[in-house]
Design a binder for this molecule. Structure first.
Ligand SMILES: NC(=O)c1ccc[n+]([C@@H]2O[C@H](COP(=O)([O-])OP(=O)(O)OC[C@H]3O[C@@H](n4cnc5c(N)ncnc54)[C@H](OP(=O)(O)O)[C@@H]3O)[C@@H](O)[C@H]2O)c1
Length: 293
């Protein structure tokens, strides 16, 4: 397939681009800067200059592709307003991508998040929360899944809280960044809350499988580690950075504080069985050993 990818230059995107190229696909990837265009070319894909806010560029990318994988998101957590704007930008972008594919039965694979479910491990059939600071992202995903009835093979790959590679990425990456800045390896709440995780290379394999084979309207969980206690994550970060480990207020993590404090283990049993997905790369706690002081 010739695949249009947004977000091909972030933490996860390059793994997805490499996975596609390594499995016989060609890739056209959105690039919003010269640096990103160069990175895409170096990876062996073709850049398409544009931006999530430039809807014509998205329409052009989808129009010339056999399928679309959407990953791009402007991670601006500096204030609730900034986050709301990023959510609205993505929502408009997804609407255009879906519109371009209507009636074509081409796949549109969008990124989502694993849902928290009080008192148990979440599964692929649990709904994603549509309230809260990133609830708008879930509503955009649901709109994409609804396109299944209008001739789009739309699917969602739900990522866990931490998608990691070489010790970086996701919520654990944020804990590391805050630890470097504050001199304390903190954890919100009592630290017993669990976050699921996956290696970016394993997540990339699931994006490819979903693109190639997932039925319209389906959701998948890219979960390799069902849930690590956040305190255990902070302990590895503290040891690697030689910093003290202690509880901190959830507000330390800005608008996402309440999500950071929530217990949210998640399962991928159905995904593994139905799509034959088999994560093989190192766990989050092992990968965090790659953090350099
Ligand atoms: N990493 C995780 O643990 C995790 C967990 C759950 C969900 N997710 C979701 O997975 C997706 C990819 O995550 P990531 O960790 O790879 O993110 P990332 O490292 O922040 O990369 C973001 C990507 O989006 C692109 N982008 C941002 N704003 C854009 C804009 N306005 N126009 C065009 N492109 C834009 C970036 O391009 P440039 O390179 O040009 O900046 C980059 O390719 C995101 O939707 C994220 O929310 C990630």
């Amino acid at each position: 397939m010739h695949v249009f990818v947004t977000g091909g230059t972030g933490l996860i995107g390059p793994a997805v681009v490499a996975e596609l190229l390594g499995n016989g696909h060609t890739v056209l990837a959105l690039a919003r800067s010269d640096g990103s265009a160069l990175a895409i070319e170096t990876a062996g894909a073709h850049p398409l200059r544009g931006d999530l806010a430039d809807l014509d560029s998205l329409r052009a990318g989808a129009a010339q592709a056999d399928g679309v994988i959407h990953l791009a998101f402007r991670h601006d957590f500096s204030s609730p307003d900034a986050l709301a704007q990023a959510v609205a930008e993505e929502s408009a972008a997804l609407a255009v991508l879906g519109d371009e594919l209507l009636g074509s039965d081409r796949p549109l694979v969008t990124v989502s998040g694993t849902p928290p479910v009080a008192g148990r491990v979440s599964t692929e059939t649990d709904p994603v929360p549509t309230e809260g600071p990133v609830g708008g992202r879930s509503r955009s995903v649901m709109a994409v899944l609804d396109l299944a009835s209008r001739g789009v093979r739309s699917t969602a790959v739900r990522l866990p809280r931490t998608v990691h590679n070489e010790g970086k990425g996701g919520f654990a990456g944020t804990l590391t960044d805050v630890a470097r800045r504050t001199g304390v390896s903190g954890y919100p709440g009592d630290g017993t809350q669990r976050w699921p995780a996956v290696h970016a290379l394993d997540a990339a394999a699931l994006f490819r499988l979903a693109l190639e084979t997932a039925p319209a309207g389906s959701c998948w969980h890219a979960v390799a580690d069902e849930g690590d206690a956040v305190r255990d994550i902070a302990v590895v970060i503290g040891r690697r950075l030689e910093l003290p480990v202690q509880a901190v207020s959830p507000e330390t993590y800005g608008p996402l504080g309440p999500i950071f404090a929530t217990d949210q283990p998640s399962s991928s049993a159905h995904t593994r069985e139905a799509l034959g997905w088999n994560p093989t790369h190192e766990s989050l706690l092992k990968d965090l050993e790659n953090i350099q002081p």
